[in-house]
Design a protein around this ligand. Structure first.
Ligand code: SF4
Length: 399
């Protein structure tokens, strides 16, 4: 790999030619919880200031088709980390429902996917109104489709300038009316949306209509921090090694929210930092990525029945199962050990391969060092990564 390519992979969008970057990306990229389409439609008009598309000039722009949908379908089986239990996210380099062209592309892609024998669950993530015709296909095809609706309370502000809150709120109502699972994606938290009024407005709505919430902090690297510092100046008061940081939160907000949820909505499922569990819960499955009893599991507000299901299915892989899975990923068996309740690989492993191993084995797998494909260095796969709380002007939290 050239020095230039290495730089592109480590520092998405920072000082690199965006077109070179997009060309180096493959049709699909393995993220923490799902295989993501990274070449179907590319570009987004929404212009959210914390979005990593900001860094390679892909927002705000009109999305364009990069790879035809037939090719996207045929290439899925070739993804190195493909596994039948791995969900597939269509439209990770755009907002899938943000333009007519996008809607038509993903409508055709979903219909075509429905005719294939792939068993994988499909994931759509959006901040736009989901067209009825997409919901029609989602109810008709044999594969499960999960909708993640981003609703942070920042819609219409300078941070999410082109997001319409009413469309988002309406999505929850329409999906529930059709009996389709709808997952509330609640992130990021900034001083601007960290107040009780916003929490109440969101919670009063989602607890009525959503299947569950996934609650996550802000992901940062140098470029995104520079964008967000306008809204949260304390972020630039300190240096961080962003290759080792996890989620950033306004000080006290995460703890407050966890307690607030317990008090006001104790029966509502809410997963902190925990996308795999939302996929499992929404499909009435047990833990799909070996997270049971780990930090994210313990911190999440997960129903007792679900906890029982995960406990019952907890399974330590046999040596044979482990050997087969690491062999599939081309990892040497000699560098892999069981360490207490996790598998530790004592060499550099690409982040996507760890996600594969966790899915294939249903057990925690970590490595000493992680490398990242195509610049996705914020898509962490270790759950012991740090939650970083940063001071903020107007902090009202007293707990
Ligand atoms: S019990 Fe833990 S691992 Fe299972 S779904 Fe709930 S939070 Fe996730």
């Amino acid at each position: 790999m050239s020095a230039r390519s290495e730089q592109n992979i480590l520092l998405r969008g920072q000082g690199i030619d965006p077109n070179t970057f997009v060309r180096e990306r493959q049709s699909y990229t393995q993220f923490q919880t799902w295989i993501a389409d990274t070449r179907g439609m590319v570009g987004c008009p929404l212009n959210c200031k914390y979005c990593f598309l900001q860094l390679d000039g892909k927002t705000p722009i009109r999305p364009h088709e990069d790879i035809p949908l037939e090719q996207m379908i045929s290439e899925l089986k070739n993804v190195e980390t493909y596994h039948p239990n791995m969900p597939v996210n269509f439209g990770s380099e755009t907002d899938v429902f943000s333009t007519r062209h996008n809607i038509n592309y993903y409508y055709d892609l979903l219909r075509r996917y429905g005719e294939t024998d792939f068993p994988n669950t499909i994931i759509f993530i959006s901040k736009c109104s989901i067209p009825d015709k997409i919901l029609d296909v989602a109810t008709e095809i044999k594969q499960p489709v999960l909708f993640y609706i981003s609703y942070s309370g920042l819609g219409g502000t300078k941070i999410e300038p082109n997001v319409r809150v009413n469309d988002i709120r309406d999505n929850f109502v329409r999906l529930k009316a059709r009996n389709l699972p709808v997952i509330h994606y609640w992130r990021p938290f900034l001083p601007q949306n960290s107040n009780k009024e916003t929490f109440d407005e969101i919670l009063d709505h989602v607890t009525k209509y959503a299947t569950c919430s996934v609650i996550n902090g802000l992901r940062l690297n140098d470029g995104i921090r520079a964008n967000i510092a306008k809204f949260w100046p304390e972020l630039i008061e300190q240096d961080y090694d962003f290759s080792k940081t996890g989620e950033f939160w306004p000080q006290g907000v995460r703890g407050f929210l966890a307690k607030y949820l317990q008090q006001k909505h104790p029966d509502y499922p809410a997963f902190f930092g925990n996308t795999p569990c939302s996929v499992a819960y929404a499909q009435e499955k047990n833990d799909i990525q070996g997270l049971y009893n780990g930090r994210m599991c313990r911190e999440s507000q997960c129903p007792e029945t679900q906890r029982g299901k995960c406990a019952q299915n907890y399974h330590r892989p046999t040596e044979k199962e482990l050997r087969r899975a690491i062999d599939e990923m081309g990892i040497k068996p000699s560098v892999t050990i069981f360490d207490k309740d996790m598998i530790v690989i004592k060499e550099k492993v690409e982040a996507g391969k760890l996600a594969y191993l966790r899915t294939a084995l249903g057990f925690p797998v970590v490595s000493k060092t992680i490398t990242y494909q195509a610049g996705y260095n914020w898509a962490k796969v270790r759950e012991d990564e740090g939650i970083i709380e940063v001071s903020w002007k107007g902090n009202w939290i007293t707990i």
